[in-house]
Design a protein around this ligand. Structure first.
Ligand code: SAH
Ligand code: SF4
Ligand code: F3S
Length: 463
C-alpha cells in the first residue's frame, strides 16, 4: 500500500471524456522536468492542454518550498482555484511537488477542495493516483517511494533541449535546506535507462541535454551492489563518457554540482569530451569559512577556489555560475563582505542570490541568531548590485568574438530574431537569416559575432 485514501462523501466521477488540464510549475529544473513527465502522463490518459488556466478541468500545481515566498505564492494561486471549485464541482485540483510533500495531510485539511496531494517521488504514478480520485477519493501520496522508471513519454517544453534526471533526492544535510526532507534519499537511475532516454531524445531531434540532480556529483553512490561498481566506480565522470557518443546530441550539460564532491577527474573528463559544454554551476553559498561550517557544507573557501582555478586552468573560457545565501543566521557584516570578495575574486558569470529564509524542519530555522528583515534586504541589494556588475564585466570577453549558438526558438519579444545559447550558457539573440539569405531553424548550430552586451544576455549578427 503506497497511498492513503481519505474517506469522503464524493460521488465517483462518471465522465468518461477526460477534459482539459493546466500545469503551473514553481521552483527548480527538477520540478520542471517532473512537470514535463506528468504532462506526458495526462496526455496519454486522454487529457488535452487547456487554452487557459481558468478554463481547465484539471489544475496541477507543481509546487516549491525552498523559501517562504515560494510557499506563499502557491497558496495565493490555490485560493483562486478553491473558489472556482465552489461553482464548478467537477474541477480537479492536484497539488504536487515539494510543498505538497512538506504539508501532506495538513494541506488537505487546510484546503478541502484539493483532490490529490502528491510528493515529488510520486510524479510517475500520476495516472494511478488520478484513477483513485475518479473513484471518489481524496488522495494523499507522500510516503517514501522507490521512484519508478519513466514509463510515460514526457511532454517537453522545448523540442531542442531536454532535461534528463540522473539522480533524485539528496543525502546532504545543509542546515538551511528543506530539499532532503521533501525529495527524500538519493536514488540514481541506471546508466542504461539514462542512455536509453537520451537516445530516444536524439531520435526525435533533440540536440542538447542537461543531466539533472540536486547533488549531481553524488551520482552512483547509492549503487553499492550495482554490477558496474564491481569493475569500475560508477560516477558522473563515468556516466558522461558512457553517454557521450550518442549520435545527434551536440551538447551535454549537467547541474547542480556540489563543491564538496566535485573532483579533478570530472574536470579532466569535461575538458576532454567535446560535447560537454564549458559551463559549471557550483553553488558556494557563502564566502566565509565560519558560515560555511554553520551551514554544514563540508568545504572551505580555499578548497572551493582550488576547484575553480583548476577549471580555469583546463578551460580558460569556461563560465562559472553559482548560488549564494545572504543574512544566514549569525552572519556578521565582515562575513557578508567575505562573500562579496569571493564574487569579486572569482568573477562569476552569474550568481543566483537569496536572503536566508527559515524553513520547517531545518536546524538553522530554530537558531536564536536570526537576522532582521532590514539586514536581509540591504545585503541582498548590495550583493545583487555586485553580481550584475561582475556579470557585465565577464560578458565583455564576448565582445566581437564569434560564438557557436544552438538555435532554440524565435525570440518571443521580437519575431525577427532567434534565440539560443552559447556553449557557456549565455542567452543570445540574433537575426533569423544569415547575410547570404539562409534562414535558420531551431536545432541549427550557427556562428554569430557578438556586438551587443548586457549583464545577462547578448546580441549577435552574422557579419
Ligand atoms: N542542491 C543545490 C541547491 C538546491 S536549492 C546545492 O547544494 O547548492 C537552490 C538554492 O536555493 C540553493 O543553492 C540556495 O542558495 C538556495 N536556498 C536553499 N535553501 C534556502 C533557504 N532556506 N533560504 C534561502 N535560500 C535557500
Ligand atoms: Fe539542499 Fe544541501 Fe542538498 Fe543542495 S546539497 S539540495 S543545499 S541539502
Ligand atoms: Fe523548490 Fe523542490 Fe526544487 S523545494 S527548488 S522545487 S527541489
Amino acid at each position: 500500500m503506497t497511498t492513503s485514501l481519505v474517506p469522503t462523501k464524493r460521488t465517483p466521477s462518471i465522465r468518461n471524456h477526460r477534459g482539459s488540464y493546466w500545469i503551473t510549475t514553481f521552483g527548480c529544473q527538477m520540478n520542471k522536468a517532473d512537470s514535463e513527465r506528468m504532462s506526458g502522463i495526462l496526455q496519454t490518459m486522454g487529457y488535452q492542454l487547456a487554452e487557459e488556466e481558468l478554463k481547465a478541468d484539471l489544475i496541477l500545481y507543481n509546487t516549491c518550498t525552498i523559501r517562504d515566498n515560494a510557499e506563499q505564492k502557491v497558496y495565493s494561486y490555490l485560493g483562486r482555484q478553491a473558489r472556482r471549485k465552489k461553482t464548478d464541482p467537477n474541477l480537479k485540483i492536484v497539488i504536487a511537488g515539494c510543498l505538497a510533500q512538506q504539508e501532506g495531510e495538513t494541506l488537505l485539511r487546510r484546503v478541502p477542495e484539493i483532490d490529490l496531494v502528491m510528493g515529488p517521488q510520486h510524479a510517475n504514478r500520476l495516472e494511478t493516483l488520478l484513477n483513485q480520485v475518479d473513484n471518489g477519493h481524496q488522495v494523499l501520496a507522500t510516503d517514501e517511494q522507490h521512484i519508478y522508471e519513466d514509463i510515460a513519454t514526457a511532454r517537453r517544453e522545448s523540442a531542442i533541449c531536454g532535461w534528463v534526471n540522473i539522480i533524485y533526492g539528496c543525502n546532504e544535510r545543509c542546515t538551511y535546506c528543506v530539499v532532503p526532507s521533501v525529495r527524500g534519499k538519493e536514488q540514481s537511475r541506471t546508466p542504461q535507462a539514462i542512455k536509453h532516454e537520451i537516445e530516444e531524445l536524439a531520435r526525435i531531434g533533440y540536440k542538447e541535454i542537461t543531466l539533472l540532480g540536486q547533488n549531481i556529483d553524488a551520482y552512483g553512490r547509492d549503487f553499492k551492489t550495482f554490477e558496474y561498481n564491481k569493475c569500475r566506480k560508477l560516477t558522473l565522470s563515468y556516466l558522461l563518457e558512457y553517454i557521450h557518443n550518442i549520435e545527434g546530441i551536440e551538447r551535454i550539460r549537467f547541474a547542480t554540482s556540489h563543491p564538496r564532491y566535485f573532483t579533478k577527474e570530472l574536470i579532466d573528463v569535461c575538458a576532454k569530451l567535446p560535447k560537454v559544454c564549458e559551463h559549471f554551476h557550483i553553488p558556494f553559498q557563502s564566502g566565509s569559512n565560519k558560515v560555511l561550517k554553520n551551514m554544514g557544507r563540508g568545504y572551505t573557501v580555499q578548497s572551493y577556489k582550488e576547484i575553480i582555478n583548476y577549471i580555469k586552468q583546463k578551460m580558460p573560457d569556461a563560465s562559472i555560475t553559482s548560488d549564494a545565501i545572504v543574512a544566514f543566521p549569525g552572519e556578521t557584516k565582515d562575513q557578508f563582505e567575505e562573500t562579496l570578495s569571493l564574487i569579486d575574486d572569482v568573477k562569476f558569470d552569474l550568481v543566483n542570490t537569496a536572503a536566508y529564509s527559515p524553513r520547517p524542519n531545518t536546524p538553522a530555522a530554530s537558531w536564536p541568531n536570526q537576522l532582521p528583515e532590514k539586514v536581509k534586504i540591504d545585503r541582498l541589494r548590495e550583493i545583487n548590485h555586485l553580481v550584475e556588475k561582475t556579470a557585465k564585466e565577464r560578458n565583455l570577453r564576448y565582445s566581437n568574438s564569434s560564438q557557436e549558438i544552438l538555435v532554440e526558438n524565435i525570440n518571443s519579444k521580437d519575431s525577427s530574431q532567434l534565440m539560443g545559447r552559447t556553449r557557456t550558457n549565455r542567452l543570445t539573440f540574433f537575426p533569423r537569416s544569415s547575410s547570404n539569405g539562409k534562414s535558420h531553424q531551431p536545432g541549427d548550430i550557427v556562428n554569430v559575432i557578438i556586438n551587443e552586451i548586457r549583464p545577462f544576455s547578448l546580441t549577435g549578427s552574422f557579419s
